[in-house]
Structures are given as structure tokens and as C-alpha cells.
Design a protein around this ligand. Structure first.
Ligand code: PPE
Length: 311
């Protein structure tokens, strides 16, 4: 990762190297953080942040679920993120807002632990490898389940949830797979360690509902909307594991992963073993949208004013 000039901290911009916390901050022992991941794309009209409002809203939702007080409004955080990208002079980047419980009292019950808000950004390339978008990735079903309902809330994007994601991702990696798909506590398909999952069979697209312990992905919502606009049948429904083995197409969605085809699951080839026609259609529509080639019908692109010094 290449450092950028500035990181926003509690209302002001500080140098990259100054963005530090005390080791006894509540978050370090107890995982008490919520965060986001947002992409800024280089479009023909200049850099634009994709679905900034929805991501910022989910950040505040996550904080609310965990009773973490945040002193900044959605408008203030949106403005600060635009300014962050502008100041750092990046054409395209990944924005990472983090809200955490800081240094103060000790013990699980947060007491005198001030909320710290950081906004950082950096250049981030393709998540599952350069060839992944065209060729697809090889994945496995994880031996780890996704977090069960009423344990760690799946609708919150909390740092703690990513301990579960780490187990899924590391196991997949050590066994030679690009990613793992976790089942929920009922044994139904949930999601990847950092992506939502879509399954296509006989032209119909399926994705697990929010009750299957999934993160309410912004890219998931984008793809559902695009499918509806393209007239492709799409349903949110509980999906059994074996549906993956007989699918015509499977793909992942996520801010980092974008729309990535899956070409095999547990070494069983998916469909023809390469990107299928439905995935290709949605991928094309997705990239045309985020890159500002298609009209921004939903107001999903927030333009970043001209950079101070383009890098
Ligand atoms: N599920 C999980 C568990 C998840 O982490 C992500 C995003 C998604 C679904 C897709 O959500 P959305 O980005 O809103 O479409 N994972 C982030 C990467 C995590 C990482 O740091 O690595 C992301 O894609 O930014």
C-alpha cells in the first residue's frame, strides 16, 4: 500500500503517519469498531465516489447497532470523504472510514472510551487478482460457518465480524482457493469472507436474503437494481449448498471484488467453467455505471472536485 498525504481524524486532516491510537484503546482488546469500504472511480467526468451516501449510512447504522455514539452527521462525513480524496489527489482509490471506541476506561463495558472517527484512502487494485474479473475464481465451501443470528449482528459491518472472515479466507487460501463461501448456522449459503454471492440457474438469478447472515452489500443492491432494469429475473431466497454445484453461473459482488465470476466450487466446475452470459451482462452494466459511461440514473456517483495536485 502506498501512503497518501492525509487522513481525516475527528474533524481535521492529519498526516498519514500521525493516524495512531493507543494500544489500550477499547477496540484493540474487544474489537469495537465499525467501518466501510468505498470505491472512487476514475470517470470521464473526473473522479467519482460510488454510492457514498449508502455506504456512509451503513457506517452510521453499524455504529447505532453497537451503541457507538458518532458526533458527525451523514452530511459531514460525506463532505469529509470527498475532501479527503480531493486533498490526496487520487484519481481512483478505496476509501476506508473507521469508527472505533478509543482509549479511556478498561473493561468490556465501554466507559469514558471516546469515539474516534478516521477516514483514510489509498489506491487499491483488483481484489481477487487481475484475471479474476474475466476468468473467474476457484472457491470452496468453508468449514467455518458465517456468524449465527443473534451472536454478532451481520447487518453491522464491524471489525469483529472479520475475525470470522479471516478464518474463512485463510482456510481457503491455505487449501489453494481464491475465496471461501460460508454457510449460515442452518447450513444454507450465506456469503464469502468479503463478498455477497449470486447463483444463476435456468436464467433466474438467486441471492441469499438478509436473514441468511449476510452483509447488506451495496454492490449486492446495485446488481439487484441493474438486473431488474435489464429485465433479468432475480430473487432473494434461501439457497441450499448443493445449488452451487448445479448452477449455470455463480458470481461474487463487493466493493473490492466488484462483480467477479466463480468458475469452480470445491473443484466442481461451474457451468462452462468461464464467465457466463448473465454474469457478463451484469458486469458490463456495473462497470459502465461506476465508470460514468452509462447515465447515472440513480445519482450514485458523487463527483470529487479537481485534485489539488494530480498524482
Ligand atoms: N459481505 C462481506 C462479508 C463483506 O466484507 C463485503 C464487503 C460484502 C459482503 C459486500 O458489500 P459491499 O462492499 O457493500 O458490496 N467487503 C469489503 C472488503 C473487505 C476487505 O477489507 O477485504 C469490500 O468489498 O470493500
Amino acid at each position: 500500500m502506498t501512503p497518501t498525504d492525509k487522513i481525516w481524524h475527528n474533524g481535521r486532516f492529519i498526516a498519514w503517519d500521525e493516524a495512531k491510537i493507543h494500544v489500550l484503546s477499547h477496540v484493540v482488546s474487544y474489537g469495537s469498531s465499525v467501518f466501510e469500504g468505498i470505491r472512487c472511480y476514475e470517470t470521464q467526468q473526473g473522479p467519482a465516489i460510488f454510492r457514498l451516501r449508502e455506504h456512509t449510512r451503513r457506517l452510521l447504522d453499524s455504529a447505532r447497532i453497537y451503541r457507538i455514539p458518532v458526533d458527525y452527521s451523514i452530511e459531514q462525513l460525506i463532505e469529509a470523504q470527498v475532501e479527503l480524496v480531493r486533498l490526496n489527489g487520487l484519481r481512483s482509490c478505496y476509501v476506508r472510514p473507521i469508527v472505533l471506541r478509543g482509549y479511556g476506561g478498561v473493561g468490556v463495558l465501554p466507559s469514558n472510551n471516546p469515539t474516534e472517527v478516521f477516514l483514510a484512502c489509498w489506491e487499491w487494485g483488483k481484489y481477487l487478482g487481475d484475471e479474476a474479473l474475466a476468468e473467474g475464481v476457484d472457491v470452496c465451501i468453508s468449514s467455518w460457518n458465517r456468524i449465527a443470528p443473534n451472536t454478532l449482528p451481520a447487518l453491522a459491518k464491524s471489525g469483529a465480524n472479520y475475525m470470522n472472515s479471516q478464518l474463512i479466507r485463510m482456510e481457503a487460501h491455505h487449501n489453494g482457493y481464491a475465496e471461501g463461501i460460508a454457510l449460515d448456522s442452518e447450513g444454507r449459503i450465506s456469503e464469502g469472507s468479503g463478498e455477497n454471492v449470486f447463483v444463476v440457474r435456468d436464467g433466474k438469478i438467486h441471492t441469499p436474503p438478509l436473514g441468511s447472515s449476510v452483509l447488506p452489500g451495496i454492490t449486492r443492491d446495485t446488481v439487484i437494481t441493474l438486473a431488474q432494469e435489464l429485465g433479468l429475473p432475480i430473487v432473494e431466497t434461501v439457497i441450499p449448498r448443493e445449488m452451487l454445484y448445479i448452477a449455470d453461473e455463480v458470481f461474487f459482488t463487493g466493493t473490492a471484488a466488484e462483480v467477479t465470476p466463480v468458475r469452480s466450487i470445491d473443484r466442481i466446475q461451474v457451468g462452462s467453467g468461464r464467465r457466463g452470459p448473465v454474469t457478463a451482462k451484469l458486469q458490463k452494466a456495473f462497470f459502465e455505471l461506476v465508470e460514468g459511461i452509462a447515465p447515472d440514473r440513480h445519482g450514485w456517483l458523487t463527483p470529487v472536485p479537481a485534485a489539488v495536485a494530480a498524482k
